[in-house]
Ligand binder design. Sequence first.
Ligand code: ADP
Ligand code: MG
Length: 259
Amino acid sequence: MKRIIFTGKGGVGKTTILSNLARLLARDGYRVLVIDCDPSMNLAMSLGIPISEVVSLAGDKSHLQEKLGGGVGEHANHGLEDTDDSLEEFIVQACDGVKLIVMGTIPFGGAGCLCAPISLVKLLVNYLASGPDENDFIFVDSQAGVEIFGRGLASEFDISFVITEPTPKSLEVAKHGLRLAKDLGVKRQIAIVNKVELEEDLSCAVQELNLFADQILSVGYDRSVIEADKKGALLLDNVPWTSALSDILRIKKCMLGDV
Ligand SMILES: Nc1ncnc2c1ncn2[C@@H]1O[C@H](COP(=O)(O)OP(=O)(O)O)[C@@H](O)[C@H]1O
Ligand SMILES: [Mg+2]
């Protein structure tokens, strides 16, 4: 099972690339579980699932935290035998067999930070990685920025996809993310330069990121991504085949060729 995290500045295309990639892999027969760790909770919508159908981990009433080993004292590691049953209520089936789990959001103003739900996701990923091999890929969609690395969620992950636009601010966030992923020991760091319109913009981004050639991929700016978004559809469902989808297909091939 491979664990893959998607990070980068807000609006760079993390959720778009992740959701299309997840479904492309699922269509190839891979078992893909995606976890939305962004409090904006866009991933369900991207996968065509109404958010009303989602039970988020943040609203957990089933003591999942204790079962996953986060309990203390006499509660620690108790009840693991029925953890899979407890998890069932949080797993939503999406198209092509992709499974979705949503971390959740801040329920009301002043409710506090997201530390607890993020640490629950970390326990959950560790639990899934150590149990029976039920997934080929676990994708984690993260919130904007790099905080997720500060919380160590991605330690022991196989790939960190750092998504960036070819703009200075976005590239700064990407460079920071790449450094932090390396600090955490993520096995491969790959930058995806998204929304590329000009060849020269991509060249500048490549120069700025200063990575090996096999660590950089790109997706072109494609108006059909926005058109699909407006219809509430995924690019994948918005035929005909578009250039961005061909680029995402190349990302899939790169992942499979090496992981
Ligand atoms: N390659 C692309 N070409 C054009 N628009 C894109 C592309 N990738 C993403 N977008 C658009 O950018 C916006 C942000 O994408 P999203 O995936 O939600 O970003 P993030 O998850 O990083 O916040 C959306 O409106 C999406 O349609
Ligand atoms: Mg997103």
